[in-house]
Design a protein around this ligand. Structure first.
Ligand code: NAD
Length: 501
C-alpha cells in the first residue's frame, strides 16, 4: 500500500491567508489578542508539519469571553430580537457558510486531516443543512396553556401557562473529529433558543471555529453573542467551572465528560454530554452480504473511524461470516492512503501523532493477545499520521479491542449462531451510543430494536444522521440529546406562569 498525493487539489488563497494570521481569540464581535502568552502549535496531519499556532487561553481569557457573552445576554441584544429576526439571521449564516464552503472545507482538511470529500459533504454540507433546520426552531419554540384545578380560595379561577426562556450563557466544548460541524451543533440551537455562547474548540483543530465566528458577524449575529476561546484542558476546565455559565454542551470522551459533569454540578449549571461509543452492528442470517459490507465500511472507516457513532464491533451470523469477513478484508487491503486534499485517497491520516500512537497501542495489544488480523495492523512508514484500515476476526468477548473505544479505522468481527447471543454481546458494553441491525426480516428487526441499549438504532445502514433525529447516548455514552427539538429545548428553562382571575 502506498501513499498517494498525485491528485492533491490546489489550496484556496483565502485559506492560506487565514492560516498565516496571528490567531488570537474571538471576543465581543472581533478577533483579539489573548492575555495568555502561551501558544499551541497546530499541525497538518498529512505531513506532521506545523501549520500555524493559536492562543492557549487561560482563565482570565475565559473570563473575558464569558463576560462578553453575559453582557450580550443581559442587554438582550439577541434574545430581545423577534424570533423571526433571529431565524432570518441564522438563515443568512447558512447562506454565508455556503458561499465560503470550499474555503471552510479546505481549512478543515488541512487541520483535521480528513478527506476533502468528507469535509465538503459533511463538515460543511451537513452543517449548512443543520443551520437551516435549526434556524426554524427560533419561531417554533413555545409553551403550553394548562387547564389547572386549584381549589382555593373558593370560587377562584386560574389560568396557567408555560414559557420557554433561554437558559443564559452557554459553554460549547468541542472535540477534534468534526470540528466545524460539532461547533455548529452547539451554536445554532443555542442561538435559536435566544442564548449567547462561548465555544471552545479542541486544541488540535481550532481553526474553523475562529473562522465561523467571523462569518457569523458577517451574517448579522450581534457582537458578544458568539465568542471563541482556544486552548486545552486548562481553558476547558475554566469554562466548565465558570459561575456565569448557565449550560454546558459538551462533546468528547467519557472521562472528560465526567469531569465536566462534576464541575457543572458545583454551580448547578445545566449540562449535556455527548460521549464515546463502541458501536455494534448485528448481521442476521438473511443479511444482504454486499449491502452489509458496503455499510460496514462506510460506517467503520468514515473519517478514519474517528466518529463517535462509527461501527467498531461486527457480529455476523455464522452462515454469512466468512463471506462478510472476506469482503471487508478485501476492500480494506485495497484502500489507498493519502492526504485529505487528494480526493481519490480513501484513507487519510488520523488527527494527531498522539492519537495515532493511541490507536497503534490498541492494535499492538490485539496482536499481543494473538488475535487474527485479516487486513492492516502494520505500521505505515511515511510522514503523516496514517493507520491502515484494519480488520480483526474471531475476537473473543474479553479482548480489549472489542471493549475499548479505539476511535480509529479498526473493525472487530465475531461470529454468532443464535440471535439471543448476538443481542447479549451487542449490549455487553459500558457504552450505548448507536447500533445497527442488518436484516430484511421485519419481525426480527422489530423485536430487536427495542432491546438494544443504544440512543440510535439503524437498520440496514450505519451512521446517517439528520438534524431532526435526536442523537445521544445510553449508559456511559452521555446524558441528553442533540438534534431536533430536544437540542433547542436543552438550551431553555421552562417557566410556569399562574394567573388568578
Ligand atoms: P476529549 O474529551 O479529550 O476533549 C474534548 C474537548 O474537551 C476538547 O475541546 C478538550 O480540550 C476539552 N477538555 C479536555 N479536558 C477538559 C476539562 N477537564 N474540562 C473541560 N474541557 C476539557 O475528546 P477528544 O479526544 O477531543 O474527542 C474524541 C472523543 O470524543 C471520543 O471519545 C469520541 O467518542 C467523542 N465524541 C463523541 C461524540 C458524540 O456525539 N457522542 C462526537 C464526537 C466525538
Amino acid at each position: 500500500m502506498t501513499i498517494t498525493s498525485e491528485t492533491k487539489i490546489a489550496i484556496d488563497a483565502r485559506v492560506r491567508a487565514f492560516i498565516a494570521q496571528q490567531h488570537g481569540l474571538f471576543i465581543d464581535g472581533a478577533p483579539c489578542a489573548a492575555h495568555s502568552t502561551r501558544r499551541l502549535d497546530v499541525f497538518d496531519p498529512s505531513t506532521g508539519e506545523v501549520l500555524t499556532s493559536v492562543a492557549d487561553a487561560d482563565a482570565s481569557d475565559v473570563g473575558r469571553a464569558v463576560a462578553s457573552a453575559r453582557a450580550a445576554f443581559e442587554q438582550r441584544v439577541w434574545s430581545g430580537l423577534r424570533p423571526a429576526e433571529r431565524e432570518r439571521i441564522l438563515l443568512r449564516l447558512a447562506d454565508v457558510l455556503e458561499a465560503h464552503a470550499e474555503e471552510l472545507a479546505q481549512l478543515e482538511t488541512l487541520n483535521q486531516g480528513k478527506s476533502i470529500n468528507t469535509a465538503r459533504a459533511i463538515e460543511v454540507g451537513a452543517s449548512v443543512e443543520y443551520v437551516r433546520y435549526m434556524a426554524g426552531w427560533a419561531t417554533k419554540l413555545g409553551g403550553e396553556t394548562l387547564d389547572v384545578s386549584i381549589p382555593f380560595p373558593p370560587g377562584a379561577r386560574y389560568t396557567a401557562f408555560t414559557r420557554k426562556e433561554p437558559v443564559g450563557v452557554v459553554a460549547g466544548i468541542v472535540p477534534w473529529n468534526f470540528p466545524l460541524m460539532i461547533a455548529v451543533w452547539k451554536l445554532i440551537p443555542a442561538l435559536a433558543a435566544g442564548c449567547t455562547i462561548v465555544i471552545k474548540p479542541s486544541p488540535e483543530t481550532p481553526l474553523t471555529a475562529l473562522r465561523l465566528a467571523e462569518l457569523a458577524i458577517e451574517a448579522g449575529v450581534p457582537a458578544g453573542v458568539f465568542n471563541v476561546v482556544t486552548g486545552g484542558r486548562e481553558c476547558g476546565a475554566a469554562l466548565a467551572a465558570h459561575r456565569d455559565i448557565a449550560k454546558i454542551s459538551f462533546t468528547g470522551s467519557t472521562p472528560t465528560g465526567k469531569l465536566i459533569g462534576t464541575a457543572a454540578v458545583q454551580n448547578m449549571t445545566r449540562f449535556s454530554l455527548e460521549l464515546g461509543g463502541k458501536n455494534p452492528a448485528v448481521m442476521l442470517a438473511d443479511v444482504d452480504v454486499d449491502q452489509a459490507v458496503q455499510g460496514a465500511l462506510a460506517g467503520g472507516f468514515l473519517n478514519q473511524g474517528q466518529v463517535c457513532a462509527a461501527v467498531s464491533r461486527i457480529y455476523v451470523h455464522r452462515s454469512k461470516y466468512r463471506q462478510i469477513a472476506d469482503g471487508l478484508a478485501d476492500v480494506a487491503r485495497s484502500m489507498t492512503l493519502g492526504p485529505g486534499l487528494d480526493p481519490h485517497a480513501q484513507i487519510n491520516p488520523l488527527v494527531s501523532a498522539q492519537h495515532r500512537a493511541r490507536v497503534e497501542e490498541h492494535i499492538a495489544r490485539a496482536r499481543a493477545e494473538g488475535l487474527r488480523f485479516l487486513a492492516g495492523g502494520t505500521r505505515v512508514d511515511a510522514p503523516g499520521y496514517y493507520v491502515r484500515p484494519t480488520v480483526i476476526a474471531d475476537v473473543p468477548a474479553g479482548a480489549s479491542i472489542i471493549r475499548d473505544e479505539v476511535f480509529g479505522p479498526v473493525l472487530a468481527l465475531v461470529p454468532f449462531d443464535d440471535t439471543r447471543d448476538a443481542l447479549r454481546l451487542a449490549n455487553d458494553s459500558p457504552y450505548g451510543l448507536a447500533a445497527s441491525l442488518w436484516t430484511n426480516d421485519l419481525r426480527a428487526a422489530m423485536n430487536l430494536i427495542g432491546r438494544i441499549d443504544a440512543g440510535t438504532v439503524w437498520v440496514n445502514c450505519h451512521v446517517p444522521l439528520d438534524p431532526s433525529m435526536p442523537f445521544g447516548g445510553y449508559k456511559q455514552s452521555g446524558i441528553g440529546r442533540e438534534f431536533g427539538k430536544y437540542a433547542v429545548e436543552g438550551f431553555t428553562e421552562t417557566k410556569s406562569v399562574c394567573i388568578a382571575h
